[in-house]
Design a protein around this ligand. Structure first.
Ligand SMILES: C[S@@+](CC[C@H](N)C(=O)[O-])C[C@H]1O[C@@H](n2cnc3c(N)ncnc32)[C@H](O)[C@@H]1O
Ligand code: SF4
Length: 438
């Protein structure tokens, strides 16, 4: 369907393209050795990501790979499994592997107790990261911000601490099953600030049950009062049961209006917009490592559900799919031996078309933009010749040319969650929708 027709349908929130292809399009394949997947890769600037699939609670809206309140035995076994995986991965990559970026995500990595967090960093020591020099980010939640955990993060020179707040309205917070109070959020921010991490990010969500422009403005004001270096505004993706359509608009129209309101408030407060969700203070661009660009495809993911990207293969350690079985998947991960970690059997083999689409999506949905020259260098062709449908973005004034670099316009930015999925290859779309039926 044309993009114009899709826009006319008024469904602007089709999906968040944080990775392409999406992991719901991954499939099982004949096992291959981890070592051979990385053998011909450039390993000079890799990104190390560790996934911690634990949280203090399960928020009603959350569709991330995580489990609430795991027992101590489960987190202990998880760190032990991750330690085995780190060792095997280090051996498979070889000594020449160099890491220029690091992130701990989840879930809530700081759900781990301080001593467990330390054990995790001990497990990662094998990769010899130069923590003082590289950009690094850790996700946290208000209830798990404690001085002992923050001290460990500071010790490892973590540059960015990102905390989910979602809303400052007690009714909205309650409606998504989060236990936090504003007092707790304020204390958490104060503690984080004490350690002078260069970047504090706060996440907010719009489209929540009973949220309206007034309560949204209050949440935005409250977030701004802490002057965080970054703010992410997420549109809610799980339809709430109450409070929708109160204003006579569809949920998509409601979200679009709240987005526009949030965007305008942040731009007026001096933030720069980096993508549909990402806003940052200009000072962030002056921090030496902020725009540090890793090689596009060198991601080494550790932990259950973490993805890894080589140029030719995207894979994950998850061997099963479906939300129901998270605990079973976790237990299976915890039981993996070193020999198990040496094999990959689940993922996506990156053909030329998928590589090209990935390149285009990753660049065009962010303010970095799609550089014709970089595309030419990598694929010896032009994106507009390979994918004539991209011309529709120009016709609809959703992208504009800035010195041979195509960037989303204001309208393009607000429609990013429609533009992304519109550009997915039909076979990937098909795989994703059949996954959701499982
Ligand atoms: C890993 S969590 C952040 C850290 C921490 N777990 C917390 O919630 O405080 C990443 C962010 O994704 C966003 N998110 C997760 N599921 C979402 C959904 N269904 N719709 C919109 N945003 C979502 C939330 O803003 C959340 O803060
Ligand atoms: S939003 Fe954060 S705290 Fe809530 S379930 Fe998801 S990852 Fe866990």
């Amino acid at each position: 369907m044309s993009l114009k027709a899709l826009i006319e349908q008024g469904e602007y929130y089709k999906g968040y393209t944080y990775a392409y292809p999406h992991k719901t399009s991954y499939q099982h394949f004949e096992p291959i050795a981890l070592k051979s997947a990385w053998a011909v890769e450039d390993k000079s600037q890799l990104f190390l990501y560790a996934h911690i699939p634990f949280c203090g609670m399960r928020c009603g809206f959350c569709n991330l790979f995580t489990t609430a309140n795991p027992k101590l035995a489960l987190t202990k076994a998880y760190i032990e499994a991750l330690t085995r995986q780190a060792k095997v991965t280090y051996e498979a990559l070889g000594e020449q592997a160099k890491f220029s970026r690091f992130a701990l995500g989840g879930g809530t990595p700081t759900y781990l107790l301080a001593e467990e967090l330390q054990q995790l960093f001990d497990a990662l020591a094998i990769f010899k990261l130069d923590y003082a020099a590289i950009p690094s980010s850790v996700e946290t939640s208000p209830a798990t911000v404690t001085l002992d955990r923050l001290a460990i993060l500071k010790n490892y020179h973590i540059k960015r601490v990102s905390m989910g707040v979602q809303s400052f309205s007690a009714t909205e917070i309650k409606s998504v099953g989060r236990g936090q109070s504003n007092q707790e959020v304020i204390h958490a921010i104060e503690k984080i600030r004490k350690f002078s991490f260069p970047i504090l990010n706060l996440d907010l969500i719009y489209g929540l049950a009973n949220q309206d422009p007034t309560s949204w403005a209050k949440s935005l004001q409250a977030a701004l009062s802490f002057e965080p270096e970054e703010i992410f505004l997420y549109p809610l993706y799980v339809r709430p049961l109450t409070g929708i359509g109160k204003f006579g608009f569809s949920w998509d129209d409601e979200r679009l209006r709240l987005y526009q309101q949030g965007r305008d408030m942040l731009l007026n407060a001096g933030y720069q917009q980096m993508s549909m969700r990402h806003f940052r203070k200009p000072i962030v661009s002056q921090i030496e490592y902020a725009d540090y660009c890793c090689q596009q495809d060198g991601m080494v993911g550790l932990g259950c559900g973490a993805r890894s990207y080589t140029r030719g293969l995207h894979y994950s350690n998850e061997y099963a799919v479906g939300r129901k079985g998270i605990k079973a998947i976790l237990e299976s991960y915890n039981n993996r031996t070193e020999a198990d970690f040496k094999q990959i059997a689940y993922g996506f083999k990156m053909d030329q078309d998928t590589q090209k689409r990935r390149f285009i999506l990753q660049s065009i949905l962010h303010m970095t933009g799609l550089s014709i020259e970089l595309y030419q260098q990598r694929f010896a062709s032009s994106p507009f010749i390979d994918y004539p449908q991209l011309n529709e973005l120009i016709e609809l004034q959703l992208i504009q040319n800035q010195q041979n670099n195509w960037q989303l316009t204001e309208r393009g930015l607000e429609l990013a969650d429609l533009i992304g999925p519109w550009f997915y290859a039909p076979d990937i779309e098909q795989r994703m929708s059949s996954y959701e039926l499982k």
